[in-house]
Design a binder for this molecule. Structure first.
Ligand SMILES: *[C@@H]1O[C@H](CO)[C@@H](O)[C@H](O)[C@H]1NC(C)=O
Ligand SMILES: *[C@@H]1O[C@H](CO)[C@@H](O)[C@H](O)[C@H]1NC(C)=O
Ligand SMILES: *[C@@H]1O[C@H](CO)[C@@H](O)[C@H](O)[C@H]1NC(C)=O
Ligand SMILES: CC(=O)N[C@H]1CO[C@H](CO)[C@@H](O)[C@@H]1O
Length: 272
């Protein structure tokens, strides 16, 4: 039985965005997408010399959507050791501090996006312990998807690389995993998740360093060989709905022919 990854829905999301734009905007947005898809030195039908990133960009724009109904339903578990706080995540350009939007989970497409439209998705995090401003290896929960309640990072599709780092244009995706999550510091582990559905792909979840002073949540990724790398969350400059995690922003921009900028997740605790 072929269980297709659900990431292709990102392509549909992009298409939807284009459809929603007015005629003028649509023209420029279409041009952007063409550049995203086609700026590759290799011909469209020959994949032999393209990078993984280029192949992935092409794949993103060509795949058909799969339906959510095949996803297995699982019980969510709270998984908390201290009182949780509910928060929303603002997304800001890391170098300028300028706001880009809020982190919004699109449950119709099963993807995380950054948007000024729609309600910011509620994220739950462990509350601050007095005297300790920064807590590492935290698990963040998102109640947006009851089947997959844990916010994590992982393969954008089955078979995609799981190594990121300086000099590499490899990318990972924000996703939600099944409730069990992965242990702090663990290497990528196969779990079913919001992108892959019931097919388990490589993910990590207890990767968030939460700084209660700067109100930021930053990920650290552990490569398969056990080396921790600083993971940069990036959005496309021309379309903040395209969000990836990479070890090298410049290498990723170059490989995709699409300029990315690094962003920071900045949370604000919601009053209860
Ligand atoms: C791929 O790259 C090799 C070495 O640079 C070159 O010889 C070959 O012609 C390229 N193939 C295609 C299809 O571009
Ligand atoms: C947490 O944020 C504060 C304020 O921005 C900063 O001074 C501190 O170094 C940060 N802590 C860590 C561990 O990064
Ligand atoms: C671990 O893997 C990364 C990414 O492939 C590589 O850059 C790094 O050199 C490796 N480290 C060790 C100790 O093998
Ligand atoms: C890094 C960053 O943008 N931090 C900001 C997060 O939001 C709080 C207030 O909501 C600011 O004080 C921080 O500077």
């Amino acid at each position: 039985m072929a269980i297709l990854p659900r990431l292709p829905l990102l392509a549909i999301l992009l298409t939807t965005l284009l459809a929603c734009a007015n005629a003028e905007d649509r023209q420029s947005a279409t041009a952007t997408i063409h550049r995203f898809a086609l700026r590759s030195s290799a011909s469209v039908h020959d994949d032999s010399n393209v990078t993984d990133a280029q192949r992935y960009a092409k794949w993103l724009t060509q795949r058909k959507p799969t339906r959510r109904s095949t996803a297995m339903r699982r019980q969510a578990s709270p998984g908390f050791v201290s009182d949780p706080d509910s928060a929303m995540m603002r997304v800001a350009d890391t170098s300028s501090g300028q706001g880009v939007g809020s982190l919004v989970y699109s449950s119709s497409n099963n993807v995380w996006t950054v948007s000024e439209e729609g309600s910011p998705t509620t994220i739950t995090l462990n509350s601050e312990i007095p005297g300790i401003t920064t807590r590492a290896y935290q698990q963040l929960m998102s109640n947006a998807d009851s089947t997959y309640p844990v916010l994590g990072i992982g393969q954008c599709n089955s078979g995609a690389p799981v190594d990121i780092g300086s000099g590499s244009s490899n990318v990972l995706c924000l996703l939600n995993t099944e409730a069990v999550g992965t242990s702090p510091g663990s290497v990528p582990t196969q779990l079913s998740n919001s992108l892959s559905g019931s097919t388990a792909t490589y993910v990590e979840s207890n990767i968030w360093t939460v700084n209660y002073s700067s109100k930021t949540a930053t990920p650290t990724w552990v490569n398969p060989n056990g080396t921790s790398v600083e993971a940069h969350i990036v959005v496309a400059v021309t379309n903040s709905n395209i969000i990836f995690v990479t070890g090298d922003v410049a290498a990723t921009s170059a490989a995709y022919g699409l300029e990315f900028r690094e962003v920071t997740l900045n949370f604000s605790i919601l009053e209860s």
